[in-house]
Design a protein around this ligand. Sequence first.
Ligand code: PEP
Ligand code: MG
Length: 576
Amino acid sequence: MPFTLHGLPVSKGIAIGHAHMVSHALLEVNHYHVADRHLTAELSRFDEALTTVRSELTGLKATAATGQAHTEVGAFVDLQIMLLADPMLVESARNLISQHRCNAEWALVQQMELLVEQFEEIEDAYLRERKADVVQVVERMVKVLLGQPGHLPARRRDGLGTIIVAHDLAPSDTIGFRDHNIAGFVTDVGGPTSHTAIVARSLKIPAVVALHYVRHLVEEDELLIIDGTRGILIVSPTPEIVEEYHLRKAELELERSKLNRLKDTRPTTLDGEDVMLLANIEGPKDAVAVKAANADGVGLYRTEFLFMGRDELPDEEEQFEAYRAVLKSMPGKPITIRTFDVGADKALNGGQTRFEPNPALGLRAIRYSLAEPQMFLTQLRALFRASLFGQLKIMIPMLSHAHEIDQTLHLIDRAKAELRADRMKFDERVPIGGMVEVPAAALALGMFVRRLAFLSIGTNDLIQYTLAIDRADEAVAHLYDPLHPAVLELIAGTIQVGVKYSLPVSVCGEMAGDPAYTFLLLGMGLRQFSMHPSKILEVKQQVLRADLGELAPRVQRILKMDEPARIREAVERLAL
Ligand code: PEP
Ligand code: MG
């Protein structure tokens, strides 16, 4: 009987294959007492396992470096190698063996559980999920201690691949996947920023996580289909379903190879209008992906990522180096660097001294920067110093008042004056732009137009503030609707004001990278899109299919509608 399980889609694509269960070694650990006379031998057994796992990981790192170069995988392996030297794990486990006369694997699991508890208290979601590294490295050691090194099944005779079914997977486990015809993987646990998700995306292997009890519901060798786009796993599909998915898979593969061919094509519409496709980045290391996608530049560099997860703010020198690195990596292309957008869901470690009743409406973004003028001046000085190394544009987040713009421009003048006094060179004409992320800004654009050189619509926040739903709160996620008529009116209005006053306007929220909205935004008059680099080719494909002369009047009609179901239907029809 076929049945379907729903999880979180983390890596797109379709995989058809046979299940291979990867057991959870930690569940198989027994506790036993070690006699005094065997204690030294037990400690040596522990040390040997440590050495074996260390050399296994070092070997995997070398494979990762020579293979399809996954920097993420290399970094995870490094982290696990570091954990093998961490006294909190290794020395404490050794102490447990000596003091409690217990077996090595039991001691390791006890220590692991203690560390995992500590990780669970960390607020930062990324760091919290790093507890998976502790679990995975301990699991590896336990496997060695239990004498069951991981193995993968040989290639199947029916030509179908293997689908790994696991509780969780270590990135290092996945390195050998390519060589073993691994078609995809599914796991019980994991979130969108979990290791499994990150690695699946970098390996381009379809994956669904958070399926909860998948290991109990699937049997070894059972036929499975992963639909990584929709986040579903079909167990024991009928031959008709398999056939249908083979067809879909072939279509997707064709799509993907066609997309790659678009890399060097200019994003120009059918009626000859050139469109700019820019990238959103979080630091200098993202420049590689931006170049791979052949983006027209950077439309949003979220500089607050320099700050997050640390106790001290980076000084002027460190910031200067980061900004310069990005500017130098893309000569001749515009690089829009946004000043810090800290606060709300991007809190600083060292800065949370105050209880905030409602962080999304609190001291965030430009409000925070203006409340900390020394911090802001340091960033502005670093930015202007870096301006000599490329085509810099500076962007201010979350503006809602004219006086915020005035104060910002005043601080910019001060930063420039300081640099002149210090005899430091910089580009005097760096354009200063602002983000439209608050409905008040979208409704009172005159004050922006008079003071700024460009605008960028942050749809993520604009939707949150227009519909009064916290974008970080799962409980109201179903109310987050980019096609709400109020949201569309604000976006279209902003784009039109830009056209009227010849002020460049871009969209840099998630909407810009969703191909389902490309025609809608083009029809509103948008000519600059900024998105995650992995989305650029998909959006380019839409741009190449668009006929603006035909789209514009249809979108005007959509903007007059106020019935959500009709709007949705009409937006879908634009792409037909
Ligand atoms: C936005 O709000 O749409 C945006 C691009 O900024 P962030 O997602 O960083 O808040
Ligand atoms: Mg924002």
